[in-house]
Design a binder for this molecule. Structure first.
Ligand code: FES
Length: 163
């Protein structure tokens, strides 16, 4: 279920988004640009923000929701402090990245696309991270972990919990 945001606490962000929309001309890319701006302001695209964008841009809600859910760069849920990206590109896949992912799912107790209850980790499966020589690879925030054995995962995650 989607989390609800407090509109009163976010008035400044809605005002900024409104000003941004008013500055846009009615070009084709207006919805994508507006959703990018909204995600930058709120960190994700809760339903209230999608409704606001729909009302302000006069673009039907179904279209706004469709775009927000279609593109992976948009998130409908708040992200954790650390995004854990598991590379599922070919080189990593043949080096058993699925086992790394399975271990992360077990350690974090969440599925791909979810965020831990403490708000620390969001788990994602990604395309090639560009360091195939280190396969299998994961990224946590800006840090890359290569040649990973699944048994190392709990220790790595614990080091972030302690930060
Ligand atoms: S396939 Fe994983 S880094 Fe390239």
């Amino acid at each position: 279920m989607q989390k609800v945001i407090d509109i009163k606490e976010n008035v400044t962000k809605f005002e900024e988004l409104s000003a941004y929309i008013e500055r846009q001309d009615e070009s084709q890319g207006v919805l994508m640009q507006t959703l990018h701006k909204a995600q930058e302001l709120f960190g994700y695209l809760p339903i209230e923000v999608q409704k606001f964008v729909s009302e302000k841009t006069k673009i039907p809600m179904a279209e706004v929701y469709g775009v927000a859910t279609f593109y992976t760069q948009f998130s409908l849920e708040p992200k954790g402090k650390y995004t854990v990206g598991v590379c599922m590109g070919t080189a990593c896949y043949v080096k058993s990245s699925q086992l790394v992912l399975d271990q992360l799912i077990k350690t974090l107790k969440i599925s791909v696309g979810e965020t831990t209850e403490d708000g620390l980790f969001t788990l994602e499966a990604t395309r090639c991270l560009g360091c195939c020589g280190l396969a299998p690879v994961i990224m946590i925030g800006d840090s890359v972990y290569g040649k990973l054995e699944p048994k190392k995962i709990p220790e790595i995650i614990e080091s972030y919990r302690k930060k």
